[in-house]
Design a protein around this ligand. Structure first.
Ligand code: UDP
Length: 238
């Protein structure tokens, strides 16, 4: 049993994170770092599910600018999340961590299709479950996929990895008076139009009372710190 209030978390990683210092692609050093951060959660006995984006590979909106219909571009984006998921899976397994990928779009030779009960069973057995291909539907994001899957598997919270150490009243880079919140309500996030997750994802979390912990992934040990009860990042709550 974990010495933490979190038994099961859903970690949301953006695709950009996987690019590491580069603008796109997958950085080996970053994969190793991420896998070790995930391992630190598993070592505490916490069940970990992961949703990865594809900003390092392709987003549907980029295709639109080149004349690719949004729905097709979004399929490309969802396929990008599968590439990222396989990369992370292999890295986690190289550390001896058991993993399972489930995809929202069936692709039997690569992974098993999403199956809520099988996912929960695997998590319960200590397997890291990676949910790939977003929601399986265009016009959504992997933030929304993360919110959906977190609610489906009854996670205690979404751990939303970002480049900043929490949610600020304004962009801390541009506004020296910006203050960081330790806790903030979904309603405030929506009303202040703070860029935490997209509106669909936030609304879904609000409706289902799914807390979101926004934290800085670049600081080593942050996932373990949050799980151990340290006040790291910002918690979005009811
Ligand atoms: N996408 C989609 N439906 C989903 C999730 C993702 O169509 O349910 C597509 C969409 O084109 C999106 C891309 O996949 O831009 C990558 O996801 P996202 O932008 O959320 O990645 P991130 O910003 O987290 O790297």
């Amino acid at each position: 049993m974990a010495a933490t209030t979190y038994q099961r978390i859903l970690l949301k990683l953006s695709g950009e994170v996987l690019a590491g210092p580069n603008e796109s692609g997958i950085d080996g050093g970053m994969l190793d770092y991420l896998a070790k951060e995930v391992r630190s959660a598993v070592e505490l006995g916490v069940q970990v599910a992961i949703v990865i984006g594809a900003g390092n590979i392709f987003r549907g909106v980029q295709g639109q600018q080149r004349g690719i219909p949004r729905a097709s571009g979004d399929l490309m984006g969802m396929l990008g999340t599968v590439i990222n998921s396989v990369a992370l899976q292999e890295t986690l397994e190289s550390l001896g961590l058991p993993t399972l990928i489930q995809t929202a779009i069936p692709m039997g030779q690569i992974a098993e299709p999403f199956h809520r009960k099988k996912a929960v069973q695997a998590l319960t057995q200590g397997t890291i479950v990676i949910f790939a291909a977003g929601t399986g539907h265009p016009f959504f994001t992997t933030d929304t996929a993360a919110a959906l899957r977190a609610v489906e598997i009854e996670a205690n919270a979404i751990f939303k990895a970002t480049k900043v150490d929490g949610i600020y009243s304004a962009d801390p880079v541009k506004d020296p008076n910006a203050v960081r919140f330790d806790r903030i309500s979904y309603a405030d996030v929506l009303q202040r139009q703070l860029k935490v997750m997209d509106l669909t994802a936030i609304s879904f979390c609000l409706e289902h009372d799914m807390p979101i912990v926004v934290f800085d992934l670049k600081t080593p040990g942050n996932i373990q710190r949050i799980l151990s009860g340290e006040a790291v990042g910002t918690v979005v709550h009811k």
